[in-house]
Design a protein around this ligand. Sequence first.
Ligand code: 3PG
Length: 228
Amino acid sequence: MRFLERMSVAIIPVIVIEHAHDAVPLARALAAGGLTTLEVTLRTPAALEAIGLIAEQVPQVQVGAGTVLGPDDVRNAWRAGARFAFAPGLARETVNAARDNGLEFIPGVMTPSEITAALALDCRMLKFFPAGPAGGPPMLKAFASPFAAARFCPTGGIGVAQLADYLALPNVFAVGGSWMIPPALLEARDWPAIESLAAQAVRLARAAPSDTLASPAVSGNPFSGPRR
Ligand code: 3PG
C-alpha cells in the first residue's frame, strides 16, 4: 500500500535532526500526538541513521526522507529504511532512481513550467516549495484549473495560522512543515511539548473545512507513474 493511503492525518512533520539518538523519542512523541507520517530531511549527518532507527523501532509511524537531491540520496534513503521521499526540486534522474528503487517520490515544484515538466514525467503528487514565499494558497488555487491532475503538498513557511487555508484546497493532499518541532524544544528534548504541538496540528487538521484525504481530489491512484 502506498504511504498516502496510510496517512490518518494530512500533515507531514519535516524533521531536521542533529543527533540520531533523538530520532526514536521524537518519532514516538509525534506519533503520540497523532502524526504518524514523518519526513526526515537529509540535511544533517545524522539523518540516515535517524531514518533507520525510526524504521526499526517505531513501527507505528511510516518514515520517509526529505531534501532528496539526486539518485545517491534516493538509494541511501531506501537502504536506510525510507519508503517515500520528498525533494525540493525536480530532476529526471532522481525520479527514475526512485522508480528503480520502488521509493514513492514526491518532487518539488514552484512554477507552471515545473509542474508541466513533472506531469510529463508522470509525477502527479508534487511538493509545492517554498509554499509561503511562492504564493501560498492563492497560487495553489490558481494551479487547480490548468493542472487538474496535479496534487500538492505545500511545505515551507507554514504554521498553524495557515494550515486550514491550505487544507481547504482540493488539490492539496497534505501539508508539510516543521512548526511542531521547534529547534529549541528538540534541543531541550521536551518530548511532551512536541507531542502537544503535534496533537494541536491534528486537531486543527480535523477541524479544517475540507477533509482532504476523503476528497475526490485524491481518489484513484494519484501517485507517480509506473515503475520502470
Ligand atoms: C522543507 O524542508 O520542506 C521545508 O523547508 C520545511 O519548511 P518549514 O521549516 O518552513 O516548515
